[in-house]
Design a protein around this ligand. Structure first.
Ligand code: HEM
Length: 219
């Protein structure tokens, strides 16, 4: 009898992160659509909900290395799992995109500006996801991969920020609960990276990973 195929534990773990994140996004979407209905309003609410869910793994992938540089090695599991966090974010974005497609089918496509700004963000998510495959990443070279990460991650952070920071004083308590915590994180994330960069520059002989703009060591 042929021996059972060998699975690398790391690969298995990554697949698990992706599956759990995707399932959570699908579950959240189904729950929102059941409560709010599958029409335009329900779909927009589900888009807002999946965007917030996606923001969590993205934020920890984005700020993880800076958190370690600033607050110490106890937080090292964050940058160590940056790849898994990033892929979890991408898996949730797939559900977000399915909802965009559903909104279009309902006859309420988003405006051109949304397609341009967020389409660019999705392009970066796609490129970063493709480059999580080591053979493709190797083609970029170290500098290319570093540039893609710095530009791509910061652009996606910017895309989140412009949505969460929209009309901060509008809509009363509901708006505050639904927006302010995410708006705060959207500001704190880049702030942490800048602080870690400054700290790294102050110690030029031993620049921190965040100072180098990395969220995880190159694999
Ligand atoms: C990485 C890519 C993306 C990010 C970071 C992102 C982020 C967000 C955020 C933060 C929200 C919540 C807005 C709110 O609560 O007011 C949202 C909702 C939404 N997104 Fe995305 N999105 C992305 C991709 C896309 C794409 C490609 C489209 C379509 C072209 C899109 C269309 C929408 C729509 C229509 C909503 C509902 C907005 C509303 O009417 O309030 N998103 N997205």
């Amino acid at each position: 009898m042929a021996p059972p195929p060998r699975t690398t534990p790391a690969r298995f773990r990554t697949a698990h992160w992706i599956q759990v994140s995707f399932a959570a996004a699908v579950g959240l979407t189904v729950a929102v659509l059941l409560v709010a209905g599958p029409g335009e309003q329900g779909t927009i609410l589900a888009l807002k909900a999946t965007a917030r869910l996606a923001f969590l793994p993205f934020w920890f992938a984005y700020a993880g290395a800076a958190l370690v540089s600033l607050f110490g090695p106890a937080l090292k599991p964050l940058p160590r799992h940056a790849r898994e966090l990033g892929l979890s974010f991408a898996a949730i974005e797939c559900v977000h995109l399915a909802l965009v497609a559903w909104l279009c089918l309902l006859g309420h496509p988003p405006g051109l500006r949304t397609f341009l700004v967020f389409g660019t963000a999705i392009l970066f998510v796609g490129l970063l996801t493709l480059c999580s495959i080591s053979s493709l990443r190797a083609r970029l070279g170290k500098t290319g991969w570093w540039l893609l990460r710095v530009i791509g991650m910061n652009y996606v952070a910017y895309a989140f920020a412009i949505d969460f920071l929209r009309g901060p004083l509008a809509g009363g308590l509901g708006h505050a609960v639904f927006y302010w915590p995410f708006a705060a994180l959207a500001i704190i994330g880049p702030g942490l990276r800048v602080a870690a960069l400054a700290q790294g520059l102050a110690r030029p002989t031993n620049p921190s990973p965040a100072a180098m703009g990395t969220t995880a060591p190159p694999r």
